[in-house]
Design a protein around this ligand. Structure first.
Ligand code: MN
Ligand code: MN
Ligand code: MN
Length: 290
């Protein structure tokens, strides 16, 4: 069997979250679920933190079934008024520049949390920030933490409602954070030995014209790969993204963007990339996956 055929049989999921950002499973629970779902290669890509990786590896080292854990991160960037996510794969989580960069991201997140909290007070919700920060614990605080607090303690009907009414882009308690530029995120990922991947390119609520411009700028910033498979991608968008990957000579990545078990997302589900594309893992060494 050729190496290529062997790799095609692996279930490879390169985008997932834990409780250290806005996921709902602990690192251990995430790894256990990857085993249940027969995933062979899993990237843990929490928002602006690598804090889940150590416990995930420690837990995996005690398992009988092989699983390759890819050290990852999902970095928030600002680009022409859009919040863009850049995933780093196979980064060294101990790299000092990366850790300085992520410490700055944590500051931006904390500042955003305070600002959102102030706006929520004006909407009649007092004390949400403290609860959201407590819920996030040692992980990165996200809008999802605010949403969970509002649903649990302030009688807002659902997470969906929180975003539609308060925390979504342009809504009453939305605060636009000033994230770093894409090129800085790409650079720090690559300094830390990783590959930079443009995350879920169909999820930025932009026209195809803007999407083309984004992919072009990402390539010019020396980006390595683009997610061509992710949840909720429509067939026409998928076609466009496949073509953009080819046009710009970008490697293709795939991930479930798993946050918690639901009807819509599951680890390792629908992660097959188009045969005509070169996978981001084409030169990885899967020796540890057995
Ligand atoms: Mn998330
Ligand atoms: Mn994202
Ligand atoms: Mn994500």
């Amino acid at each position: 069997m050729s190496t290529e055929n062997f790799q095609k049989q692996l279930k490879i999921d390169l985008h997932s979250h834990t409780q250290l950002s806005d996921g709902q499973l602990s690192p251990e629970e995430l790894i256990a679920r990857a085993h249940t779902m027969q995933v062979d290669v899993l990237a843990i890509t929490d928002h602006d933190t690598v804090a889940a990786l150590e416990s995930a590896h420690a837990f995996q080292s005690k398992q009988n079934r092989p699983l390759t854990i890819v050290n990852g991160v999902e970095i928030s960037c600002s680009w022409h008024g859009f919040d863009i996510h850049i995933v780093g794969l196979n980064i060294d989580p101990a790299h000092s520049n990366l850790n300085k960069f992520l410490a700055n991201q944590a500051d931006i997140r904390h500042d955003r949390a305070i600002k959102m909290g102030e706006k929520l007070v004006k909407c009649g919700f007092d004390g949400v920030t403290e609860k959201a920060l407590a819920l996030a614990g040692k992980g990165q605080v996200t809008r999802a933490h605010f949403a969970r607090v509002l649903v649990a303690d302030y009688h807002v009907a659902s997470m969906d409602k929180v975003f539609k009414k308060y925390l979504g882009k342009g809504k009453r308690a939305f605060y636009k954070a000033r994230w770093p530029e894409i090129k800085n995120a790409v650079a720090v990922i690559q300094q830390a030995g990783g590959q930079a991947v443009l995350a879920h390119p169909a999820h930025y609520d932009m026209t195809t014209k803007w999407l083309r411009r984004l992919v072009n700028d990402f390539r010019e910033a020396n980006g390595d790969a683009i997610e061509t498979v992710f949840p909720g991608i429509a067939a026409d968008k998928r076609q466009i993204i496949n073509e953009l990957a080819k046009e710009h000579n970008l490697l293709a990545s795939a991930g479930s963007d798993f946050h918690f078990p639901s009807r819509w997302t599951e680890l390792g589900r629908n992660v097959q990339i188009d045969d005509a594309l070169t996978p981001v893992w084409h030169n990885w060494n899967f020796a540890h996956s057995g």
